[in-house]
Design a protein around this ligand. Sequence first.
Ligand SMILES: Cc1cc2nc3c(=O)[nH]c(=O)nc-3n(C[C@H](O)[C@H](O)[C@H](O)COP(=O)(O)OP(=O)(O)OC[C@H]3O[C@@H](n4cnc5c(N)ncnc54)[C@H](O)[C@@H]3O)c2cc1C
Length: 380
Amino acid sequence: MEAIFSETRMNYGFEPNENQVMISQMIRDFGEREIRPYMMDWDETQEFPIWLFKKLGDLGLMGVLVPLEYGGSGFGYHEYVTAIEELARIDGSVGLSMAAHNSLCTGHILQFGNEEQKQKYLPKLATAEWIGAWGLTEPNTGSDAGNMKTVAIEDGDHYVINGAKNFITHGISGDVAVVIARTGEVGDSHGMTAFVIERDIEGFSGGRKENKLGMRCSETAEMIFDNCRVPKENILGQVGEGFVQSLKVLDGGRISIAALSLGIAQGAYEASLQYSKEREQFNQPISKFQAISFKLADMATKIEASRLLTHQAAYLKNEGKSVNKESAMAKYYASEVAVAVANEAVQIFGGYGFTKDYPVEKYYRDAKLCTIGEGTSEIQ
Ligand SMILES: Cc1cc2nc3c(=O)[nH]c(=O)nc-3n(C[C@H](O)[C@H](O)[C@H](O)COP(=O)(O)OP(=O)(O)OC[C@H]3O[C@@H](n4cnc5c(N)ncnc54)[C@H](O)[C@@H]3O)c2cc1C
């Protein structure tokens, strides 16, 4: 246990349980073998390595919160936070895709699907036989998602969807998507409905893939609906509940972005700590200079504070309590810390930190998404 969780990590009040220790070790072994050697190539080419996510499915990481009866791992939020943190400690964009699949698409069906829908979709999502997407954001409505323009018009025993969603994780490669569309009046928070839609349905296609600053191996793309006829049995919950459901899904999702931020910050910190001991200037390691060691102390302190906030939200979520405030606080704080820590990490590496020969420039680019996705810092 000590090898994985340092003494400070043991003292945060939520001591890692056996499953967290097992998950950490498993991801560290897997990540060093299957992710670290390839991640800069994926980053360069913006390749979304689907096969990797199938392997994460084999490890139980694509259905972390899905109960065993639906083919998932049946874990709680502490284990989920650990899994995302450990993936992001190596590669934030793998962590982002894993988190979006688990929290958003799968999480929405788990929370609001009926028994038949859960039986149909959860086992395939939990094993990564199917990759999930979740579409709320549109070109003109991000923070103000309730003002969406994509419409679903009732037509017999179907709804016909027209419009476009953008910035959707797995917008092209997702096999199944949860999509929120307007079924009522603009301005009515109960005027939107969530549908679960399979990729091969007529009128549903992927659109433009974004060319991004960071998180480049996580696919981000448009989803387009052109007279897409969706059976009423694909509605999640009741008509009109889609937006309110989404806010609840995002309460859990924000814990996952806090965990993602935590992992990126931890990876950047570890890399710069090691480098500071190896790099010599003025005939001594740069870690001996107080200007550098003060930076490292600040980074470590902020990361521990992020970890406390994130596991506090995880604890409350496991207890079935409201986490609206706590998940927003954790997401806001941890994401800002990830950006600040990655920035200092580049500084500690000096000129080498500005090159792709060392890992910190990638942490720096990836971290920025965390203050934006699933609600910007200002919105939190
Ligand atoms: C890599 C990536 C993956 C994503 N994945 C998904 C996904 O899978 N599914 C999905 O639905 N969406 C996804 N998104 C979309 C993401 O959630 C939105 O980008 C985010 O919510 C911000 O919306 P916006 O980009 O439209 O910014 P805007 O809402 O236009 O905001 C622009 C600026 O204005 C500020 N602002 C807006 N309103 C206020 C206010 N009331 N008070 C103060 N400041 C304000 C914002 O904080 C921000 O600084 C993803 C985005 C990215 C970049």
